[in-house]
Write a protein that binds this ligand. Structure first.
Ligand code: NAG
Ligand code: NAG
Ligand code: NAG
Ligand code: NAG
Ligand code: NAG
Length: 192
């Protein structure tokens, strides 16, 4: 019995390695072709519009506090030092059940001792249409109480390879009790 189990495990392992090998090979071939075309490629401009759902309350919270320091609540902003990990839904419309575009995965932290300002370090991971499987990376300064905030796009994957651009964010709604917020985003990205 033990021998059979071991053989099965070995078989599974060999099979898994074969899958990994062919995936890696496919990826390399794909990259080679992509690099060859890059020289003559034209840059594409893509504009995206969606809503970001920062849900901190309830059973289905997608934004969770992962750390704060002893002094956080005593700081001038009441939040300095707090960090949230997010897996927030990105939807086409402002309603949470509106069509899913992707997810915002990453971190934001309260980074100012004087103002309600976040450092955003997150990936927009797209799951719909042409962008399914592609991502954009945002690393920026987000003074959340300002009406309009601008954050840089510092890179991307898939159709967004070599991306650079910017994201404009505007709070659509904020529940000051629960902390839940819906934020409208316009993203403009150049990529190949
Ligand atoms: C949480 O998610 C489950 C599964 O998608 C859903 O049935 C439930 O209504 C959600 N609860 C809330 C409070 O949104
Ligand atoms: C943190 O709290 C301690 C004790 O209350 C205080 O001495 C210290 O100055 C505070 N530090 C900051 C950065 O606010
Ligand atoms: C996105 O891609 C994944 C993996 O290839 C696939 O399973 C999924 O059905 C796709 N989703 C859409 C909406 O096309
Ligand atoms: C960029 O635009 C060209 C021409 O419109 C198109 O052929 C190409 O597929 C686009 N590339 C991406 C990554 O969307
Ligand atoms: C996004 O663009 C639309 C159309 O130009 C505009 O009405 C909206 O205010 C913009 N929102 C943000 C957050 O930039």
């Amino acid at each position: 019995m033990a021998k059979l189990t071991f053989s099965l495990m070995l078989l599974c392992f060999v099979f898994a390695m074969a899958v990994v090998q062919s995936t890696v090979q496919g990826f390399e071939e794909n990259n080679h072709e992509w690099f060859q075309k890059l020289q003559d490629a034209k840059e594409n401009l893509t504009k995206l519009h969606f809503y970001f759902h920062d849900v901190q309350s309830g059973k289905n919270a997608t934004s969770v506090k992962v750390v704060e320091v002893a002094n956080t609540s005593k700081s001038a902003t009441s939040f300095f030092g707090e960090v949230n990990m997010i897996d927030n839904l990105l939807t086409e419309g402002p309603k949470r059940r509106s069509k899913l575009v992707g997810r915002a995965q990453g971190l934001y932290g309260f980074a100012s001792q004087e103002e309600m300002t976040l450092i955003m370090a997150m990936n927009f991971v797209f799951t719909s249409g042409n962008y399914n499987g592609s991502s954009l990376t945002i690393l920026g300064h987000n003074p959340v109480l300002h009406q309009l905030r601008e954050m840089p796009i510092v890179g991307g994957t898939g159709v967004f390879r070599l991306a650079r651009g910017f994201a404009m964010a505007k709070t659509f709604s904020l529940n000051t009790k629960s902390g839940d917020a819906i934020v409208e985003y316009n993203v403009t990205a150049l990529h190949y």
